[in-house]
Write a protein that binds this ligand. Structure first.
Ligand code: AVJ
Length: 328
C-alpha cells in the first residue's frame, strides 16, 4: 500500500499511445512483422545499450570515441569555430565531450542536445555539466522539430555545427538516409556544418559477433522489446519462446536484427485488444544497421545538400567521421 509507488520500477511505465500504435501496426503486418528500433530504448534498453558500447566485440563506440579524441581540434577548426553545437540524440556525452571541450576552448559555446527521451537528456546534462564555457540547452523533441527550435535560437552571424554520431544514420535505409540528410540541409544556412559518424563495412564474422555477442547482452537488448510490450501494454510474451538473431545482408551491407519464434504460438496484448499469431521460425524484424564504404559517405552528402570538407577514418575497427558544409 504505502511504498508501492516509490519502489515500482520506473520502467513499469504508463501507456504511451505512439508505442501502442507502433506495436499494433508492426505486429499485424501480413508478411514480415517489424518494430521500429527507436522503441528498443526504454530505461532498461538504454542501460543495456550502454553495456553493449563497452563489449570487446562491439567496436563502434570505442572507435568513434578514439577518432573524436584525436581529431576534435581539427574538426572545430575545419568547421569555422561554431558558436552553436546541436546534437541529434544525446547519448551519455562521453564522445561529444572531446568536441565540446575543443569548441569551448576560446569562447562560450551553446550546446543543444536533441532527444525524445527526457531521461536521456537529463543524463547528458549531468554528464557534461563540468565542461567549461559551455551553455547546455537540452531540447526534448524529435530530431527535425528539435532542429527547428535550435535554429530559432541562433543570432545573426553565428554558425551551427550539427552532430549526428554513433552511426545512428545506419538505422535508415540508404534512401531514407539521403532524404533525412536533405531535410537537415534544408533547415541549415550557408556556413553551417554537419559531422556524421558512420560505421564501415567489415567482415561478416566481426559484424555478426558485434551484434550477437557471446555473453548475450545484445540478445537481452533485443528481447527487452518484448518485455517492454509486457510491461507497458499488458503483453503476454514468454521471452524463452523467442531467440535473438543477427543476420548480415550482403546486398544492402546491413545487419538485420530479428526475434525468432521457437514454436507456433499466440500472444495476447491486452492493452491493444490484440492476439498475435506466430508460426514456428517466424520473426519480428527489430533493427537494421547499415554499414558504409568510406568513399560512399561524401557522395550521399553531396546528393543531399552537403559538401564534404574532410573525413577521418579509424582503420582498426572501421569507422568514419565525415565533416560536411551546407551547399545548397
Ligand atoms: C545505436 C543504432 C548505432 O546499430 O550499432 C547496437 C544499435 N543495436 N547493437 C547500432 C545497436 C545492436 C546501434 N546504433
Amino acid at each position: 500500500m504505502f511504498a508501492s509507488a516509490a519502489t515500482a520500477p520506473s520502467s513499469a511505465a504508463g501507456f504511451n499511445a505512439e508505442f501502442a500504435k507502433a506495436v499494433a501496426d508492426g505486429l499485424t503486418l501480413k508478411r514480415q512483422k517489424t518494430l521500429p528500433p527507436s522503441w528498443l530504448y526504454d530505461e532498461v534498453g538504454s542501460a543495456l545499450f550502454e553495456v553493449i558500447t563497452v563489449l570487446p566485440e562491439y567496436g563502434v563506440t570505442r572507435a568513434e570515441a578514439a577518432l573524436l579524441d584525436r581529431a576534435a581540434g581539427e574538426i572545430i577548426r575545419a568547421s569555422g569555430r561554431p558558436a552553436h553545437i546541436v546534437e541529434l540524440g544525446s547519448g551519455t556525452g562521453t564522445k561529444t565531450r572531446h568536441i565540446l571541450k575543443a569548441a569551448a576552448h576560446h569562447h562560450t559555446v551553446q550546446y543543444a542536445p536533441i532527444d525524445i527521451s527526457a531521461a536521456a537528456l537529463a543524463n547528458c546534462v549531468h554528464a557534461l555539466g563540468d565542461v567549461m564555457n559551455l551553455s547546455i540547452e537540452p531540447i526534448a523533441a524529435t530530431y527535425l522539430e528539435g532542429i527547428d527550435t535550435a535554429v530559432a535560437a541562433r543570432k545573426p552571424g553565428e554558425s551551427i555545427l550539427l552532430l549526428f554520431l554513433g552511426s545512428t544514420i545506419g538505422n535508415f535505409t540508404r534512401t531514407e538516409a539521403a532524404s533525412f540528410l536533405r531535410q537537415l540541409s534544408k533547415r541549415m544556412q550557408p556556413g553551417d556544418y554537419l559531422l556524421l559518424g558512420a560505421d564501415l563495412v567489415k567482415s561478416r564474422a566481426r559484424l555478426i559477433s558485434a551484434y550477437d555477442d557471446p555473453i548475450g547482452v545484445t540478445a537481452a537488448f533485443n528481447l527487452n522489446l518484448l518485455a517492454r510490450i509486457n510491461r507497458e501494454l499488458e503483453g503476454h510474451f514468454d521471452m524463452s519462446l523467442f531467440t535473438h538473431e543477427a543476420r548480415y545482408n550482403e546486398r544492402y551491407s546491413r545487419i538485420e536484427m530479428h526475434l525468432r519464434s521457437r514454436v507456433d504460438q499466440q500472444v495476447s496484448i491486452e492493452a491493444l485488444d490484440l492476439t498475435v499469431p506466430f508460426r514456428k521460425d517466424e520473426t519480428i524484424w527489430t533493427e537494421s544497421s547499415h554499414k558504409f564504404r568510406a568513399e560512399e559517405l561524401p557522395c550521399v552528402g553531396r546528393r543531399s545538400g552537403w559538401a564534404c570538407v574532410r573525413q577521418w577514418v579509424d582503420g582498426e575497427w572501421g569507422f568514419a567521421e565525415t565533416l560536411f558544409r551546407k551547399s545548397k
